[in-house]
Design a protein around this ligand. Structure first.
Ligand code: A5P
Length: 257
């Protein structure tokens, strides 16, 4: 069987269909472990959308579950799939959450999230969950965080250029995220095409290069005035399901990390 027939793109990277299948394997395994009666944090992104479909299938078979959405998009999708929803503040503790990630570092289960712009609500939901599960395809595993993806940093619009300068002083290159990369930015008015989060903020994508100490970088970013939240998730994941060509691999966070 040729690589192409197996779903690999010509570059040697797995093709979209293969990655979607790997996402489905991870999502199905995670959803199979959702207990009856769970209050479940529903992540955002394409992998979380696959998870929602799996969850809806289990709900149709009788699983009782109530969701807390991490984005307006996921709220709409969950409602379409007839998954009952409550607001985060209506649940003292969430039984668990299931979300995707842009990069995963093993074995500490540290993450970069936020390419979809939902990092603030994702982190709020994760912080309120008793057990945090991440589902990814194998392409998301990296040797160091920020290897491939910049760190998304959500900032208040007021004075965002000053916040960007303070971030740059940490040794990164902040770029204001735009609604569409295809739309040329207007240098005179870059904020006119800025992507705006569900919380009404901007996102600065900060290319740091491979991080030696993710926890230290997370603290430095969080301490900057104007920063609302960032996409580094350190010690916020208990289990990762990785879908791959040979099935699902499960990783639990070591007690010390
Ligand atoms: C949303 O803001 C993100 O944190 C997503 O969870 C993350 O980008 C993973 O998305 P995909 O599952 O689409 O890769």
């Amino acid at each position: 069987v040729s690589e192409q027939e197996q779903g690999a793109a010509p570059s040697g990277m797995p093709g979209v269909e293969t990655l979607t299948e790997w996402k489905r394997l991870a999502a199905r395994a995670a959803v199979a472990a959702v207990p009856d009666g769970a209050v479940l944090g529903l992540g955002s992104g394409s992998t979380a959308e696959v998870m929602l479909a799996e969850l809806a299938a289990r709900a149709r078979q009788g699983l009782r579950v109530t969701g807390v959405a991490t984005s307006e998009h996921i709220r709409t999708l969950a409602a379409t799939l007839q998954i009952p929803l409550i607001e985060l503040d209506a649940a003292p503790t969430l039984t668990m959450s299931i979300d995707g990630a842009d990069e995963v570092l093993l074995p500490a289960l540290q993450l970069i999230k936020g390419r979809g712009g939902a990092l603030l609500r994702e982190k709020l939901v994760a912080a309120s969950s008793a057990f945090r599960v991440i589902i990814v395809d194998a392409s998301k595993l990296v040797p160091s965080l920020a290897t491939r993806a910049p760190i998304p940093v959500e900032v208040v619009p007021f004075g965002w250029r000053h916040t960007a300068a303070r971030l740059a002083a940490l040794g990164c290159q902040p770029v204001l995220r735009r609604v569409s990369a295809a739309t040329p930015a207007d240098p005179a008015s870059p904020a006119a095409s800025a992507f705006v989060t569900d919380g009404g903020n901007y996102v600065l994508d900060c290319a740091f290069g491979p991080l030696a100490q993710p926890a230290a970088t997370a603290q430095q970013i969080k301490a900057i005035t104007g920063v609302v939240e960032h996409g580094l998730f350190v010690a916020m994941t208990e289990r990762v399901y990785v879908g791959a060509a040979d099935g699902v691999h499960i990783y639990d966070r070591p007690a010390a990390s």
